[in-house]
Ligand binder design. Sequence first.
Ligand code: SAH
Length: 342
Amino acid sequence: MLSDLSFEEMKDYVVEKGVPLFRGSQIFDAIYNGKELNEITNLPKSLLEQIMGDYPKYKIVKRYESKDGTKKYIIEFHDGEVVECVLMSYKYGNTICVSTQVGCRMGCKFCASGLNGLKRNLTAGEILGQVLLVNKDLGGTYKNRKITNIVLMGSGEPLDNYDNVIRFLRLVTDGKGINISDRNISLSTCGLVPEIYRLAEEGLNITLTISLHAPNDEIRQRTMPIANRYSIKEILAACRNYINKTKRRVAIEYTLIKGVNDSKVCAEELIGLLKGLLCHVNVIPLNYVKERGLAGSTRKESYQFVGLLERGGLSATVRRTMGEDIAGACGQLRNSYLGGEA
Ligand code: SAH
C-alpha cells in the first residue's frame, strides 16, 4: 500500500510505473493530506486507474465526541477490519492515541483490547493512516498539521508488531512527511524485553512507557500473562539500557486495581523497586471494562497512593482520564462498534 512508502520510495514507485517524478509528489501529497482516491483532482484518470490497487483505502467510519472534548474515531481498513483511535486536546496541542494491531494477544486481565485475541497486525501505512485521517478531520494538512503528539497506546502491543511499528515511526518522523518529532512520541509496552533492547538501538529518541501495574512478579502474574515470560527485574534492566542509550526518562504506567495492587505495602515495594531509576510514574485508576470484572480504586485512593510514592522519592502523578463516557479511556478500546454498541 502506498502509505507504507516514504517520499523517496514514492519516487521509485512512479519511476517503475513509467510516470514523471512530479507525479510522485502529487500522490504523496494526496496520501499525507488524508485524501481518498476520488478526492484527487490533479492526476490524470489513467494514472488514477494505474495506482488504484495500491492507494490506501482506509477511512473514518464513525466519530464519537466526549463531553471533555476527547474524540474517538473508528477507522476501517480495506479488508473491513476496524480499529479505534482517540484524540485528546490539550492547551499545548493535540495528542493522538493510535492502535498498532487489530485486537491483541497479550491477554491482560483488565484490558478490553485483547478480549477476542489478535486479529492481525497493522502495517506501517495503516498506523500512519490513523494520524493522517484524524489530522485531516481536524482541518490540518501535513504541512500545516494539527497533531502534535502521538502515543502508541491504542489496541495492540506495539513491540509484538515490531517491524511495522519501527517503519511507522520512521515515516511519521520523516522531515518530508508529517514530521512529528520523536520527542513527542511515546510507545507503551507490557514489557517485551528483547524488543526493548532492540528499540534502544534504533536511534529513535521516543519515550518508552512500561505498563508495570504491579510491584512484584507474583502480583503481576495475576493480571498479566506476559509476566510469566519476563520478570520485572529483566524489564527494569532493559529500561536502564534504554535510558543509557537514549538519555530519555522512561514512564511507568501503574493502573490501580482495587484489592490487587493498591495497598500501602504495594506502594512501598514499588518505591524500593524504582528508586534510582530515571522515571516518572503515571498512576491511573483502572477503567471499568464490563467483561473483566475488576474494579478500579477511587480517585481519592489514587491520590493517596501517589502521595506515598512521592514521599518515597519517586516522581509520580495521577493521570487524568479522558473520554470515559465514549469508552475512549485506557484499556476500553475494543471493537464494540462491530457489535452495534457504544
Ligand atoms: N500493549 C501496550 C499498549 C496498549 S494499552 C501496553 O500494554 O502498554 C495502553 C495502556 O492502557 C497500558 O498501560 C494498559 O495496561 C492500560 N490499560 C489496559 N486496560 C486498562 C484499564 N481497564 N484501565 C486502565 N488502563 C488500562
